[in-house]
Design a protein around this ligand. Structure first.
Ligand code: AP5
Ligand code: MG
Length: 207
């Protein structure tokens, strides 16, 4: 299995790049945001609880998303690998992902982080909000809160993977296809080297 964590703040392009990556590498896309929105559409108790937090740009409790990922891994045991999009968002989630993947005899190959500044994120998400129907895209206050939550609760997860020499950061501003080529080159180096990290592509995590 080849498992990739696609990382970055809200609006960085994780979903956009995931769509291209699953087509190229035949991986299963696991987006906790998409899984939660599906629960909201179904009107499940989990969805109702999650909706209040998501609409305000706050994180859903760890045990909820860890449980969803555990089920998804179990239901996709034959997959060639996974792209994790929007998960893990806390160190607790990262530790749980390692444990869950180990139970399936596999591990995270690498984390690839898309770096995009806050003003560009706000511009992108306000633009998407005109058509997405996502309540958390509708106003600047909620979008900036999502960015703040990312900076205070999620950004530190990069350090978890850097400590395992699995962290790669790249510029998430520019043409979608050019960013995709950059991501692909990192994945290709990983696949060629087995689980070894390609040293040339690795950068230190910013504090
Ligand atoms: P989630 O659904 O994961 O949303 P997010 O991380 O806030 O980010 P987005 O999905 O909005 O952005 P993206 O990076 O996928 O960018 P996209 O490709 O869409 O999470 C939503 C909520 O669910 C959270 O706030 C939380 O409440 C909850 N949640 C989810 N996971 C959780 C977890 N693990 N733990 C706890 N709670 C969790 O692109 C954005 C826009 O930019 C699009 O319009 C796109 O067309 C455009 N764009 C993309 N690339 C480019 C480019 N290169 N140039 C210009 N525009 C671009
Ligand atoms: Mg997304």
């Amino acid at each position: 299995m080849h498992n990739i964590v696609l990382f970055g703040p809200p609006g960085a392009g994780k979903g956009t790049q995931s769509q291209k990556l699953i087509a190229k590498y035949h991986l299963v896309h696991l987006s906790t945001g998409d899984l939660l929105r599906a629960q909201i559409v179904e009107g499940t108790p989990l969805g109702l609880t999650a909706k209040k937090l998501m609409d305000e740009g706050l994180l859903v409790p760890d045990e909820v998303v860890i449980g969803m990922i555990g089920s998804a891994l179990h239901n996709n045991r034959q997959a060639a690998g996974f792209i994790f999009d929007g998960f893990p968002r806390t160190t607790t989630q990262a530790e749980s992902l390692d444990r869950l993947l180990a139970e399936h005899g596999t591990s995270v190959a690498c984390m690839i982080a898309l770096e995009v500044g806050e003003e560009e994120l706000v511009t992108r998400l306000l633009g998407r909000g005109k058509t997405s129907g996502r309540p958390d895209d509708q106003d600047e206050i909620r979008i900036r809160r999502r960015v703040t939550v990312y900076n205070t609760e999620t950004a530190q997860v990069a350090g978890y993977y850097a400590a395992q020499h699995k962290f790669h950061a790249l510029n998430g501003i520019g043409e979608v296809d050019a960013i995709f080529q950059h991501i692909s080159s990192i994945i290709d180096q990983h696949q060629a080297a087995g689980s070894e990290a390609p040293a040339a592509a690795t950068r230190e995590v910013k504090a």
